[in-house]
Design a protein around this ligand. Structure first.
Ligand code: ADP
Ligand code: MG
Length: 405
C-alpha cells in the first residue's frame, strides 16, 4: 500500500515525500481511510508505530481538499505533555509544509509573550491547535477561541493522559466544544479505563487495534541479574564494549534519576537527567542536546518513556524493572523506531524478579538472561516465582491487619 493509494491530497503527498516517509505503517493504513470518512475512531497501537501521522495526515488532507480557510479552529489535538505537543507540532510542520494549513502549539510554561501568541492563534482560528489539557482550559475559559466550527477533536496518547489524571480536564474541554464533530482517540494500550473513556466520548466508533503489548520486533532484548551495587559498573561495561552514541537509562523515580545522573557524571560519563522536576526550557534544551548527539546519555523517568520521539537511539537500559509491565514496552519502544535496530537491556536485582516475570508473561516471550561479566562478579540467582522474592515487600505486614482488600 502507498500513501497515494490512500488518496491523500497532492500537497500532503509532497510533505510525506519531503519527510522521507515512503509507505504507510499499518496503523496509518487502517486509520487514515476511517478518519477521512468522518467516522469516530479509537485506534490502539504500540509506541513507535506512527500514530502521529495517522491522525495528522487525514486532517491535513481534508483541509487541503476542501480548501478550508483560516478563521475557525478546525482541529484540536490534546496531548498529555508539552514534549509530545511540541513533537506533534513539529511533525505537523513537516507533513503540512506544502499545505494551506496553519497551526499553533499551546502548552504550559513559557512567558507572557507565549501566551499572547497562543491567544492570537486561537482568536484568529488557526486550522490546527495542539495543546496540553491545562493550558487549553485556561484559554478556553477566557472565551476567545474560535471553536464553534470545530470538526476534529483528537486525543493522543489517551492512556497516558488518564494515567496522568487528566480525565476531568478532558471532560471540561469537551463540554466547551460543539457536539457535532468527529472525535478521534489514539492510545498505546487499551486498559478498561480507556474503553470507558471511548464509550463516554465517541459516537459509534470504529475500533482498530494492532499488535498490542508486543515490543517492536527489531529490539534485541536482554537482561542482567545484578545487585544494585553492581549496576553502575555494568553500565560502564556496556558502554565500553559496545558502540553506543545514544543511550537512554530509565529509572523509576525522580530521586533515582537524580542520584544516578550524579553518579554517572562522577564516573566521567556524559549524562544528564530529564524528569518533570526540570523547567520546560531546561527539558527542551537537554532533549535537543541529546537529539543532536552532543549528549550521550539521557537519564529519565517514565514521564518521557511514552511518545517522545527521538530517532536512532542505540540502546535503552532499564536501570530497574518498571512497576507497570506496559511501561517496559513503552521504555524499550524508544529504541528501534520505524526502521532501525535497537537494544534494550534490563537490570534485575533480587527484589525485581517477580515484576520482571510479569513482563515476560505480558510479552509472551522469555527474555535472555546474560551472564554477568567476570570482572563485576556474580549477581543474584534468578528465581522469580519463589515466594519472598519480589513479593517480599508487598502486603505481608506483621499482624496482617493492614491489608488492602
Ligand atoms: P507513536 O505515536 O506511535 O509512538 P510516532 O508517530 O511518534 O509514533 O512515530 C514514530 C517514528 O516513526 C517517528 O520518527 C516518525 O517520524 C516515524 N514515522 C511515522 N510514520 C512513518 C512512515 N510512514 N514511514 C517512515 N517513518 C515514519
Ligand atoms: Mg504518539
Amino acid at each position: 500500500m502507498t500513501f497515494k493509494e490512500l488518496k491523500l491530497h497532492e500537497d500532503v503527498l509532497q510533505g510525506l515525500d519531503a519527510m522521507g516517509f515512503e509507505k504507510p505503517t499499518p496503523i496509518q493504513e487502517q486509520s487514515i481511510p476511517i478518519i477521512i470518512d468522518n467516522k469516530d475512531i479509537i485506534a490502539v497501537a504500540q509506541t513507535g508505530t506512527g500514530k502521529t501521522a495517522a491522525f495528522l495526515l487525514p486532517v491535513l488532507h481534508k483541509i487541503s481538499e476542501q480548501q478550508i480557510e483560516e478563521g475557525q479552529i478546525n482541529t484540536l489535538v490534546i496531548s498529555p505533555t508539552r514534549e509530545l505537543a511540541v513533537q506533534i507540532d513539529q511533525q505537523l510542520e513537516g507533513l503540512g509544509y506544502f499545505t494551506i494549513a496553519t497551526s499553533m502549539p499551546v502548552y504550559g510554561g513559557g512567558d507572557g509573550d507565549g501566551f499572547s501568541r497562543e491567544k492570537r492563534a486561537l482568536e484568529d482560528g488557526a486550522h490546527i491547535i495542539v495543546g496540553t489539557p491545562g493550558k487549553l482550559i485556561s484559554h478556553l475559559n477566557l472565551g476567545y477561541a474560535k471553536i464553534d466550527n470545530l470538526k476534529h477533536l483528537i486525543l493522543d496518547e489517551a492512556d497516558r493522559m488518564l494515567d496522568m489524571g487528566f480525565y476531568d480536564d478532558i471532560m471540561k474541554i469537551i463540554n466547551q466544544l460543539p457536539k457535532e464533530r468527529q472525535t478521534i482517540m489514539f492510545s498505546a494500550t487499551m486498559p478498561p479505563k480507556i474503553r470507558k473513556l471511548a464509550k463516554d466520548i465517541l459516537t459509534d466508533p470504529e475500533e482498530i487495534s494492532i499488535a498490542i503489548s508486543k515490543p517492536a520486533e527489531k529490539v534485541v532484548q536482554a537482561a542482567f541479574l545484578a545487585y544494585d551495587g553492581q549496576k553502575i559498573e555494568l553500565v560502564k561495561y556496556l558502554l565500553r564494549d559496545n558502540d553506543v552514541p545514544s543511550l537512554i537509562i530509565f529509572a523509576s523515580t525522580k530521586l533515582k534519576v537524580k542520584q544516578l545522573t550524579r553518579e554517572l557524571q562522577k564516573q566521567g560519563l556524559n549524562a544528564k537527567p530529564i524528569s518533570s522536576d526540570l523547567e520546560q526550557s531546561e527539558r527542551e534544551s537537554i532533549l535537543n542536546e541529546f537529539k543532536s548527539k552532543k549528549l550521550q546519555i539521557l537519564v529519565a523517568t517514565d514521564v518521557i518513556s511514552r511518545g517522545i520521539d527521538i530517532d536512532n537511539i542505540d540502546m535503552v537500559i532499564n536501570y530497574d524493572v518498571p512497576n507497570d509491565p506496559e511501561d517496559y514496552i513503552h521504555r524499550i519502544g524508544r529504541t528501534a523506531r520505524a526502521s532501525s535496530e535497537g537494544e534494550a537491556v534490563t537490570f534485575i536485582n533480587e527484589d525485581d524478579q517477580y515484576k520482571f516475570s510479569r513482563i515476560e508473561d505480558l510479552i509472551e516471550r522469555e527474555i535472555r538472561k546474560v551472564k554477568m561479566p567476570a570482572e563485576i562478579g556474580d549477581g543474584p540467582e534468578y528465581n522469580p516465582k519463589k515466594r519472598g522474592g519480589g513479593r517480599r515487600n508487598y502486603g505481608r505486614r506483621k499482624g496482617g491487619g493492614n491489608r488492602k482488600r
